[in-house]
Design a protein around this ligand. Sequence first.
Ligand SMILES: Cc1cc2nc3c(=O)[nH]c(=O)nc-3n(C[C@H](O)[C@H](O)[C@H](O)COP(=O)(O)O)c2cc1C
Length: 202
Amino acid sequence: MGENNNFLLGICGSPRNQGTQFAVEYALNYASEKFGFETEIWSVRGKKIGFCTHCDYCVREKKGCIQKDDVQELYPKIENAKFLLLGTPVFQGNLSAQLKAVMDRCRALVAKNPDVFRNKIGIALAVGGDRSGGQEPAIRTILDFYLQNGVITVSGGAFGANLGACLWTRDQGKDGVKKDEEGLRTIRKVIKRLTTFTNKSD
Ligand SMILES: Cc1cc2nc3c(=O)[nH]c(=O)nc-3n(C[C@H](O)[C@H](O)[C@H](O)COP(=O)(O)O)c2cc1C
């Protein structure tokens, strides 16, 4: 499957249908309605996601991951996407273990095709229960994943979304994100800035 130059894939790293899911959907809706991106969301919620066991099957065989779990359905979506949005709840001051497991499992994609992530464009979003609960470290981990794999990273820029979109739920999940107008603004800033890397800002 080839890369689709209009396709923004959102990956939600929350095990719940709460704040992070709402925030990723908000970003994708804004991107599709205002700027015409094709979008799709894939969530870790309810999925069977094995840890990478470093068996090195992927490195030896170059045929992807040997584990036939729900990450298999995600691989072609990643391959097909030009734009990636990784969104995570903040757990212990960083990203969720579920999203980290997905990142580790991407080693198999890269082993099969070292250029799989090259020139894709990535943005990040983090949702914490606290106002400053670790959103930026979580985003940095996502940005490091992009950096390590050749994804071009984009933030929302100065005045609010320096590294990416940061949201604060006050531990009220979806309702908290809906009330976090400043956080929602950071999502819009990130998506708007993303369009400057496409022809969609015209
Ligand atoms: C295991 C765990 C660890 C958490 N650690 C933090 C934290 O370090 N900082 C923070 O701001 N919120 C923390 N929270 C709260 C969640 O980030 C918050 O409830 C967020 O809204 C969860 O995302 P969701 O609404 O998508 O489920 C933690 C929650 C859990 C379950």
